[in-house]
Design a protein. Structure first.
Length: 434
């Protein structure tokens, strides 16, 4: 289980320190720099009946590799370069009917477009005519990983964000455009790689009680949530021996019916493992989404996994650890699209009366990809699992910092935090080139 600690998203408590490091650009990013006449589409995805926002819905340009996900308010911003091939916007969400909208019908840089999705209920009795063994379904999904996922390397552009909240207040925010070398899924000898192209950060030292939670690994750790690629902890025949499985329903995703398979570690397994749901497409047995968490019933064992270093007199207990992974299908192959990790800790200082709660969140969304002219990254350029992302990027800059790159639309709380942090931290001309 070599990726177990990476997938658990280790948080390290260190004294506050900031450094910056230059990162290399890649072929796909350089190609994006020559694009002109960008069209920016903003919108909000909601449930057609309840009018509530749909969080983490996929918004993609159907004829291209360009895509993004909605934020916690269901909002998105999508920048589209080549309108000669970009004709249709497609929106999808678990349990809802896909919606295709001609780009010509959407307003550019004006009032936000409201996109309402209708539910697509699938009665389980109409699909499962005879008793279905969920263990066999998961086993077939494992057998078909090499067939369902990409067999050639891909170069991806992605947006990465990590935040830390103290109780309800944001105290640290970091964002970056990153480049990902995605190795073939059927080759165990080639590993994924990530490097930072452009990044920024900010932290409110006064609210951190002189210490700062730092997430070790940054985009590397959250990329390890690609369960189809990093399958050691859940998706191998050997790992299946540690879990119980249950078929809990059938839902529609991207117009196709999916089994919903819940899994949880067997009562006889002592070491803490994962628990959650796999969404497995019926025809191909491709795992297209996964929602799971870390079993925290054994607090002491969980603490040893999540916390690498802490000050004397501080007790840190993980309270919640949840993860989400999504894939996107194109030309019969499924590609990694999005992952998110959120971990909540209870912090108790010796001789202090009240506990403090810190919540760490990391997410990465692939916004473009190519399988042409893909070259593996040099080791010196890659982000290492032991690297701290906030030590590798500079402070916040102006609102045009991202240029023509697609990013996840921030929620209002983050926007307010960015404005506050920007006033505290000056961004000089030397850092702006990093």
């Amino acid at each position: 289980m070599k990726n177990f600690k990476h997938i658990a998203l280790i948080a390290t408590v260190l004294l506050l320190a900031f450094t910056a490091q230059t990162a290399s650009a890649g072929n796909l990013l350089r190609k994006k720099n020559v694009q002109q006449d960008l069209v920016t589409i903003k919108g909000k995805v909601i449930d057609a009946e309840s009018r509530t926002p749909l969080v983490f819905a996929t918004v993609a340009v159907k004829e291209t590799n360009v895509a993004i996900v909605t934020n916690i308010d269901g909002e998105f911003t999508l920048k589209i370069g080549d309108l000669s091939t970009s004709k249709t916007l497609e929106v999808s969400f678990v349990g809802y009917k896909n919606k295709s909208i001609p780009l010509s019908e959407l307003k550019e840089n004006g009032s936000k477009n409201i996109i309402a999705l209708e539910t697509a209920p699938i009665p389980i009795k109409e699909i499962v005519v005879k008793p279905l063994d969920p263990v066999n379904v998961v086993a077939k999904a494992i057998e078909n990983i090499g067939k369902n996922y990409e067999s050639v390397p891909n170069l991806m552009t992605a947006f990465y964000r990590e935040t830390i909240r103290k109780n309800r207040t944001y105290v640290s925010i970091g964002e970056a455009v990153v480049e990902i070398f995605k190795a073939p899924y059927n080759n165990d000898l080639r590993f994924d790689g990530t490097r930072i192209y452009k990044g920024r950060k900010g932290a409110d030292v006064e609210k951190m009680d002189t210490v700062l939670f730092k997430l070790q690994g940054g985009p590397v750790s959250v990329l390890d949530l690609d369960l189809a690629k990093n399958s050691e902890t859940v998706l191998t025949k050997e790992a299946m021996k540690d879990y119980d499985y249950k078929l809990t329903g059938v839902v529609e995703i991207n117009g196709k019916p999916h089994y919903v398979i819940d899994f949880i570690q067997k009562p006889s397994v002592e070491n803490p493992l994962f628990m959650g749901s796999l969404y497995i497409e019926m025809d191909s047995y491709a795992i297209t989404e996964a929602e799971f968490g870390f079993n925290l019933s054994n607090k002491e064992a969980a603490q040893s996994i999540f916390i690498k270093k802490k000050p004397l007199g501080m007790k840190i207990t993980p309270e919640i650890a949840t993860y989400r992974t999504k894939y996107r299908e194109q030309n019969g192959k499924w590609h990694f699209e999005y992952s998110r990790a959120e971990v909540k800790f209870k912090v108790n200082w010796h001789k202090k009366l009240f506990n403090t709660y810190y919540t760490t969140m990391s997410e990465i969304a692939v916004t473009d990809r190519t399988d042409q002219e893909v070259i593996k990254f040099a080791g010196k350029d890659k982000v290492k699992p032991t690297d701290v992302f906030s030590d590798k990027v500079a402070s916040f800059t102006d609102k045009e910092f991202w240029g023509d790159y697609n990013v996840i639309e921030p929620d209002q709380s983050i926007e307010s935090a960015i404005r506050r942090l920007s006033k505290k931290l000056k961004f000089n001309d030397r850092e702006q080139s990093k």
